[in-house]
Design a protein around this ligand. Structure first.
Ligand code: ADP
Ligand code: MG
Length: 305
């Protein structure tokens, strides 16, 4: 079992009377990419603000085994905020220098780190440009570079690809996966389902609480209570009766028989075999998985679309 890099236990955050995060517990394991999914207002950014010490909270937050209230511990985190946080009238290099100084990066380290990150973010050619003259994608890459200037162990990315067009989103995710392979633990929020599939594990949040947790397949399975096998046979009603007599949770859905099972790929052969033995050859068979979007809508109550 990998160690936990971030432990959140019973986190509650209030804005006055309003409870934005409600007794939330989860862990991010060392070396993993954990995605937080949830509609607007679910409490994702607030959770991140608690980790960063920007709001007061009840509960416990630990990073690499240490209480998060110490400033030293927070140096282990690189944070890319949801809203824009660069200085428009400074150049690319000046922005990086500024973030390096607030994170306390040693002078001797600074140039080496900056060169490396400019290369990774593909901003070498633009390092003397004012930020206000950069494209949206370049600004986003610069924000990521600035959040990593102090070589943090863990990256916290709050909707890092919001408003970024699809080709660049893909490039960003390739980059996140590379960073992860190099050893960075990543906590990332998103509401793009295709991005969520890149995460090792997910938590689904709604109204400040955790609705589901697991990898994408587990979350899909949990939303439905299993996986589906769709089959057809020459005598549908007869086949349905047989399957039910064998204890299968099945019904006719549209023009197929849907069988709800724990693992569709594993169970399909035995379903086919049972029907064959009863002289009901299967004329069609498909294992069907929910999309992550289906599952997500189920957990958040469909109110987001
Ligand atoms: N500074 C604040 N004061 C009062 N309410 C806030 C504040 N920040 C966020 N909220 C409320 O807390 C809830 C959670 O917000 P947030 O954490 O930003 O959600 P998310 O990032 O998942 O969209 C929302 O209902 C939001 O309106
Ligand atoms: Mg947010």
């Amino acid at each position: 079992m990998p160690k936990a890099k971030l432990v959140i236990e019973n986190l509650t955050v209030r804005y006055g009377e309003f409870v934005a995060v409600n007794k939330l517990s989860f862990q991010v394991k060392e070396g993993e990419i954990l995605g937080m999914l949830g509609p607007n207002g679910a409490g994702k950014s607030t959770t991140i603000k608690a980790i960063l010490g920007l709001v007061s909270f009840e509960g416990r937050i630990e990073i690499a085994g240490e209480d998060v209230s110490s400033v030293e511990v927070r140096r282990k985190i690189g944070y890319m905020p949801q809203s824009f946080s660069l200085y428009q009238n400074l150049t690319v290099e000046e922005n990086m220098r500024f973030f390096a100084s607030i994170y306390g990066v040693e002078k001797s380290e600074m140039s080496r780190r900056m060169d490396e990150l400019l290369r990774i973010a593909e901003l070498e050619r633009w390092k003397d440009k004012l930020v206000k003259n950069l494209s949206g994608g370049m600004k986003q890459r610069l924000m990521l570079a600035c959040s990593m200037i102090h070589d943090p162990e863990m990256l916290i990315l709050d909707e890092p690809t919001a408003g970024v067009d699809p080709p660049l989103r893909r490039a960003f995710w390739e980059h996140f996966r590379d960073l992860n392979k190099e050893g960075k633990t990543i906590l990332v929020t998103t509401h793009y389902m295709d991005e969520a599939e890149n995460c090792h594990r997910l938590i689904v949040m709604r109204n400040g609480a955790k609705m589901a947790e697991g990898n994408a397949d587990e979350i899909k399975r949990r939303a439905l209570g299993g996986e589906l096998i769709l089959i057809d046979s020459i005598k549908k009603q007869e086949a349905l009766r047989i399957l039910k007599s064998f204890g299968f949770n099945s019904e006719v859905v549209e023009d197929k028989i849907a069988v709800l099972v724990e693992n569709s790929a594993k169970t399909l052969p035995s379903v086919v075999e049972i029907l064959r033995k009863h002289n009901l050859p299967v004329t069609y068979a498909e294992t069907k998985k929910l999309t992550l979007e289906d599952a997500f809508l189920k957990f958040i109550g469909g109110e987001n679309g």
